[in-house]
Design a protein around this ligand. Structure first.
Ligand code: SAM
Length: 248
């Protein structure tokens, strides 16, 4: 699909593939207890890998960084090399729907803003298989933060991720899938605005200039601009929740 070309052009310009910040990655990591000093980590849907680099800094472990878009993996490894972290990170270009790891392999599975591509429930099940006993699954997931979101919010998520739910509902699925929920917290608004949407707005401006008169390109950028507008107007109603879960 031609529109994906413009979508990827926009996203390869951004520092992150979604909302997040290093302080939250670190906070979530510290909420896990008794993780081995050199853990075996899988980062699902790592994108350009800001959080992968932070995991390498914090953990001293080995991290398989999995994504199905090679330019993201290339960008991650370039940045890892600059910091001397490349020996800790193994890039893997594979779909998360076709992961071929053995069961009981990982001490920690991480996924910021990406597990939903597998479906939350299906993702929990698959990660439970891949984790060692007492291993941790740590993810950010889009959630409703207030009841009865307004129509534009419902409409937006119906297109983006119809399975979005509230925190209580996610907790139920987590327990059902064989995890203890150790902790959870909501990402700050600045991790959406400062780290994700502000750079996106700058890139959209540049790309709209570059692709003047290109209807497909312009409609892709328009969709992203609409996403930003929805967030700015309704950010009390939805957000990303960090869930820190331990395999029981
Ligand atoms: N974790 C990164 C972050 O927070 O910056 C990226 C999050 S971005 C919202 C989602 C990522 O999932 C993208 O890098 C995308 O390429 C990747 N992705 C989407 N579908 C995938 C699939 N089927 N298998 C592997 N990665 C996938």
């Amino acid at each position: 699909m031609e529109d994906m070309k413009y979508f990827y052009e926009l996203y390869t310009k951004l520092p992150r593939g979604g909302p997040g910040d290093n302080a939250s990655t670190r906070k979530a990591y510290k909420l896990m207890k008794n993780v081995p000093s050199n853990p075996n980590i899988l980062d699902i849907g790592c994108g350009p890998g800001i959080q992968t680099l932070e995991l390498a800094r914090i953990s001293k472990g080995k991290i398989i960084a999995l994504d199905n878009y090679q330019p993201f993996l290339d960008k991650l490894m370039q940045n890892a090399k600059k910091e001397g972290l490349n020996h800790q990170i193994i890039p893997k270009n594979q779909s998360m729907l076709e992961m071929d790891f053995d069961d009981n392999t990982f001490d920690v599975i991480w996924s910021e803003g990406a597990l939903y591509f597998m479906g939350f429930q299906n993702g929990l099940k698959k990660c439970n298989q891949l984790l060692r006993e007492n291993g941790y699954l740590v993810v950010t997931e889009a959630v409703y933060l207030l009841p009865d979101p307004p129509q534009p919010v419902l409409q937006f998520w119906e297109q983006e991720y119809p399975d979005i739910s509230d925190i209580d509902n996610r907790n139920k699925l987590i327990e059902k899938a064989g995890f203890n929920l150790i902790s959870h917290f909501t990402l700050s608004k600045s991790s959406w605005i400062d780290n994700f949407y502000n750079p996106m707005e700058i890139s959209i401006r540049e790309l709209k200039e570059k692709y003047q008169g290109n209807q497909i390109g312009l409609s892709v950028f328009e969709t992203s601009q609409n996403e930003i507008a929805i967030y700015k107007q309704y950010s009390d109603y939805f957000g990303y929740e960090f869930f820190i879960m331990q395999k029981t």
